[in-house]
Design a protein around this ligand. Structure first.
Ligand code: IMP
Ligand code: MG
Length: 189
């Protein structure tokens, strides 16, 4: 199991350690992709009042940018799941740390994710939400890493397909770092 950079591994202060970041997707490319996703979502949800559920923490920046383009009477909520801890590999066990407060029954639900990797997290979440009987349930993922998939996932709105590398920035973290970067980078060992 690979671990992200933290003090235990290197015996250094986490903020002092400078890992190698290589740009993968620029802020301009992200902005264009977000606008394109939003225009598809806007036309598909005309006349509806969708409930957008962001998966914390990774989707917060994407969600914030996406909804600014959506001229719809939408609502937002967030769910927090855990499976990773400080590691880069999924433990395979997912649990709900903080559930959705908004009733899901009968709603047109659109899940907003930062990345679909093995698919374990999102399959768990889609099953969990399906049991709450939404009118419809779709998935919007900013990034997709299909080479790592272990459970098939159908992504309705996809921003980027990314290579089998660990990526950070624009909400995505490694051991809670780098979420604030405006671009997406590959974190190199
Ligand atoms: P999955 O269950 O393997 O699909 O993992 C999904 C979750 O793992 C995502 O929502 C992310 O929080 C995290 N994750 C997977 N791959 C990456 C990555 O390359 N960078 C940052 N987080 C990742
Ligand atoms: Mg996530």
């Amino acid at each position: 199991m690979q671990l992200c950079y933290h003090s235990n591994q290197f015996g250094k202060d986490v903020m002092a350690f400078q890992p190698q970041l290589k740009i993968l997707i620029s802020r301009d490319e992200i902005a264009k992709a977000v606008a394109k996703l939003a225009s598809e979502i806007r036309s598909d949800y005309q006349g509806k009042q969708p409930l957008l559920i962001g998966v914390l923490k990774g989707s917060f920046m994407f969600m914030a940018d996406l909804i600014r383009h959506l001229d719809l009477p939408l609502e937002i909520d967030f769910i927090r799941l855990s499976s990773y801890g400080a590691a880069r590999e999924s433990s395979g066990k997912v649990r709900v740390v903080q559930g959705v407060k908004t009733p899901v029954k009968g709603r047109d639900v659109l899940v907003i994710e930062d990345i679909v990797d093995t698919g374990i997290t999102i399959s768990f979440l889609l099953d969990y939400l399906k049991k709450k009987q939404p009118a419809s349930l779709k998935l919007c993922a900013l990034t997709d890493k299909p080479s790592r998939r272990r459970i098939p996932v159908s992504i309705d709105y996809r921003g980027f397909t990314v290579p089998n590398k660990f990526i950070v920035g624009y909400g995505l973290d490694c051991d809670q770092r780098f979420r604030n970067l405006p671009d997406i980078y590959v974190l190199e060992d």
